[in-house]
Design a protein around this ligand. Structure first.
Ligand SMILES: Cc1ncc(COP(=O)(O)O)c(C=O)c1O
Length: 386
């Protein structure tokens, strides 16, 4: 289980924190060949966390799905962008536990990666609905909530986009203890910095709480890949604090860890580009470097941007003796679907994504953040994935 290292340190958690073991742990910690002048650039391969669909969601879902099963829910509704890794992971892992899953999708710039993910959703058997924007998500959550309220036999769990919560972040608290044990095994000092992409914040919050709990002299560099309105520094700190409180409530002695959160967090700005899901030149170059030097695949929405920030940091800290750790948070274990075979099975409301036609519907995202809709162009709007 991903919180094994946590439970080894606090055996009481075996009884007080429900979990279901789904992933392959520990994920490997590998040394990258010199990419950017940093002699010790390590990569934590959470991309390999599950054979069907890996990435950072697996650590979260071991806790979330256990909670869902324990409470007797049979169906999970969740939401995300058209290329959502979260909805994919919920579909893949939920199916493994016999849960029905439904995904509510809002717009994001379309590229090859997004299209491949949409096809994979079909393959994983999730029920798919295109709800356009956040307003559509909110209205649908209300609809499902009311349906459940008036029909108690309908056991539907409403899971927020990204699945970030005090509970699910414990998966990444455990990841830090797992990492610390691997560093000790390899006789390496605590890293100067850990790099990870930040979207809804649960991964970063767990890492931050874990670093403080482990007493590591390490800074978390959380690379923002969503607009500033959606992610603030205080949100990560407050979620990390809630996770530590939850641990304490469940019987773990977290000591003074909560006091050491602020100073260990660096929210890294400047790598978002035009908006969420947009390709950037820096991310493209980082994707190419990782591929060439280590044969490791990144994507452009999260890991490419975080890797770009990590490489810039390494270049600026060339003489440092201490390692830098890059968290690879996007699945590389899944098999892409055959497009000709799968596309016809896609619900009609998603077809426009593949034709390059605009979706043609009114949408509040245009007013809130124009970047969500701009690449959906009438003529072959797909941006080439690097
Ligand atoms: C590949 C990848 N990396 C990182 C993140 C960020 O995780 P979080 O939402 O916990 O901040 C996500 C979120 O969807 C993701 O898909």
């Amino acid at each position: 289980m991903s919180i094994k290292s946590l439970a080894e340190r606090y055996p009481v958690l075996e009884k007080t924190v429900p979990y279901v073991e789904l992933g392959s742990w520990p994920t490997p910690l590998e040394q990258l060949p010199e990419i950017s002048g940093q002699p010790l650039l390590l990569i934590k391969r959470d991309d390999l966390s599950h054979p069907l669909y890996g990435g950072n969601k697996v650590r979260k879902l071991e806790l979330i799905l256990a909670d869902i099963k324990r409470k007797g829910f049979r169906e999970v509704i969740t939401s995300g962008g058209l290329g959502s890794h979260h909805i994919l992971a919920v579909a893949a892992l939920g199916r493994e536990l016999g849960l029905r899953t439904t995904g509510l999708f809002f717009c994001q710039p379309i590229n090859d990666h997004v299209l491949k993910n949409l096809l994979l959703e079909v393959e994983f058997g999730t029920e798919m609905h295109f709800v356009r924007d956040y307003l559509g998500v909110a209205l649908n959550y209300i609809r499902y909530y009311l349906a459940r309220r008036f029909n108690p036999r309908r056991k539907t769990y409403l899971l927020m986009p990204g699945g970030s919560s005090a509970l699910s972040s414990l998966g990444y608290v455990g990841a830090v203890l797992e990492l610390q044990a691997q560093l000790r095994e390899q006789q390496l000092p605590d890293p100067a910095a850990i790099f990870a992409a930040v979207g809804t914040g649960g991964t970063a919050a767990g890492l931050l709480a874990g670093i403080a709990l482990a007493g590591m002299e390490t800074e978390l560099h959380a690379v923002r890949v969503v607009p500033p309105a959606l992610m603030k520094r205080k949100k990560i700190v407050s979620l990390a604090r809630s996770s530590l409180k939850l641990l304490a409530r469940r019987g773990a002695d977290t000591g003074e860890a909560a006091a050491g959160l602020e100073e260990r967090l660096e929210l890294v700005e400047g790598y978002l580009g035009r908006g969420y899901g947009y390709a950037t030149g820096a991310a493209g170059q980082a994707i190419d470097r990782f591929k060439e030097v280590a044969g490791i695949k990144l994507e452009g929405c999260y890991t490419g941007k975080a890797a770009a920030a990590c490489l810039d940091y390494c270049a600026a800290n060339k003489g440092s003796e201490r390692p830098v750790v890059f968290m690879h948070t996007a699945s590389t274990t899944h098999q892409d679907c055959d497009r000709a075979e799968t596309e016809p099975k896609l619900p009609a409301e998603f077809r426009w994504c593949f034709t390059g036609e605009p979706c043609g519907r009114w949408c509040t995202l245009k007013g809130f953040d124009r970047s969500f809709c701009e690449t959906i162009k009438p003529s072959g709007g797909a941006e080439k994935e690097k």
